[in-house]
Design a protein around this ligand. Structure first.
Ligand code: LLP
Length: 432
């Protein structure tokens, strides 16, 4: 019935998340409230790991892309599930390390890492730094020399596979701020420098072709291109690189018409594509890294709001206003991302019409969805937005000096705060 298997309806007709009554959660913790289902997160981690075991002989690492949802508890969960971690800033790195995440399983990304960030990465002993550009390659080599270390590096490559749409094409992606282009020879030049750098351990290459991708074809295509580059590097430089990081991007179901491949369906064809490309080029199959973010955290999340005003504008539309908005979920305002909505206290009722769900920010574009089918919405109802576990909390802001809501984790018949809600004092803490 719902877009996520973590959801259900109980005998009261209330929405349940991970077996907990969403209306009760809203009453206990207040709204807006992010709810994350631990079981769903762990299941996704296991599906990915299992698929690498099954189709790739276990020769790989699943690294959770923490930008999707980053806090100490999810770092602990990812660690317990045997995952690595992708971080992209000093803040994500700090969160991971202070949560006890083993630094050697951290992969540090970013197209413009600062000196502070690179220095931190070296001090913590981050396992892999994904070098984005030649300036960074030189800087990292110098910093490593000064620190007396030899960090593992991957080079970020633009494989020329544009997977943001269904019609992926080979051109266009050269126009991206991330990584080294293959077509221009820039990638080979970077590989030459990485191999020659005295203080870097050149481990392999990385690509990330996009996000919310529904089929496996672009990943197969990227894998072939990347293995081709590994073979070129071997031929031209005599260096056999052992690691291939294919990034994340696996799509999830936000609305019933989204139809992503099951999580464990990606690896089989991708492994076959890697195998075929390796046989063709005479390469040994590389150690593989996947970096799913959205598909681990997204389906596990639900955001709960309380409905305030319901404004019917005859012949125009009905606005249902909630006590959150673009400050806890900017994705509709930014990308017109579509979600599924449920009135948690009327979860068994059928839609009575369609409404526009509006946030409380002073901005016309502060909407969470339009043309949303809902039962009759009334002030006081608890409105649930589904599959909000990824890129919601992590992209939240204090716009209009709204307080970021708490995050509650449900699992094992219990619920507990994993990120406390901000207070008014928090809002002025940095003010001078
Ligand atoms: N690895 C790298 C290098 C990435 O840049 C990303 C996402 C991932 C892994 C994880 O991708 P995922 O599996 O989550 O698709 N704010 C946007 C999404 C931006 C994704 C950026 N990079 C949104 O709300 O849809």
């Amino acid at each position: 019935m719902f877009v996520s298997e973590a959801l259900g309806v109980n005998s009261l007709g209330h929405l349940t998340v991970g077996g907990r009554d969403a209306v009760q959660l809203a009453q206990s913790y207040g709204t807006p409230l992010y709810v994350m289902d631990e079981g769903q997160i762990r299941r996704a981690c296991r599906l990915y790991r299992r698929s690498i075991d099954r189709y790739y002989g276990g020769r790989g690492l699943v690294a959770y892309a923490s930008k999707a949802f980053c806090c100490k508890e999810i770092c602990r969960i990812a660690n317990e599930e045997g995952l690595g971690l992708d971080v992209v800033s000093a803040g994500e790195l700090y969160t991971a390390v202070t949560a006890g995440f083993p630094a050697e399983k951290i992969i540090f990304h970013g197209n413009n890492k600062t000196m502070e960030e690179l220095t931190m990465a070296l001090e913590y002993g981050v396992g892999r730094i994904v070098v984005d550009n030649i300036t960074e390659l030189h800087l990292l080599d110098q910093l490593a020399r000064a620190a007396g270390s030899r960090p593992g590096v991957l080079l970020r490559i633009k494989p020329g596979v544009d997977a943001h749409t269904h019609d992926f094409v080979r051109t266009g992606q050269i126009d991206s701020k991330f990584g080294f282009a293959l077509e221009t020879g820039e990638a080979m030049e970077a590989a030459r420098e990485a191999a020659a750098a005295g203080h870097l351990t050149f481990l392999g290459i990385h690509c990330h072709i996009g996000s919310q991708i529904f089929d496996t074809e672009p990943f197969q295509h990227a894998a072939q291109v990347m293995v081709g580059f590994l073979a070129d590097v071997k031929r031209e430089l005599g260096v056999e690189l052992g690691e291939l990081n294919l990034g994340g991007g696996f799509g999830i179901r936000y609305t019933p018409d989204n139809d992503p491949a099951p999580l464990d369906a990606y690896m089989e064809p991708v492994a076959a594509a890697i195998g075929a490309a390796c046989r063709r080029t005479g390469m040994a199959t590389p150690f593989i890294i996947l970096e799913p973010g959205r598909s681990i955290a997204g389906p596990a999340g639900v955001t709960l709001y309380r409905v305030g005003g319901v404004k019917k504008i005859p012949g125009v539309r009905t606005y249902v206003s909630v006590d959150g908005g673009m400050f806890d979920n900017p994705r509709y305002a930014l990308y017109q991302s579509r979600y599924s909505f449920v009135i948690a206290n009327k979860a068994a009722l059928s839609p009575a019409g369609t409404v526009t769900v509006a946030g409380k920010c002073c901005e016309t574009g502060d909407l969470l969805g339009e043309d949303i089918p809902l039962p009759q919405a009334e002030p006081g109802d608890i409105l649930a937005v589904l599959a909000t576990g990824a890129y919601n909390y992590s992209m939240a802001s204090n716009y209009n000096r709204n307080r970021r809501p708490p995050v509650v984790l449900v699992g094992g018949g219990e619920d507990r705060i994993i990120v406390r809600g901000e207070t008014l004092e928090d809002l002025v803490r940095c003010d001078v």
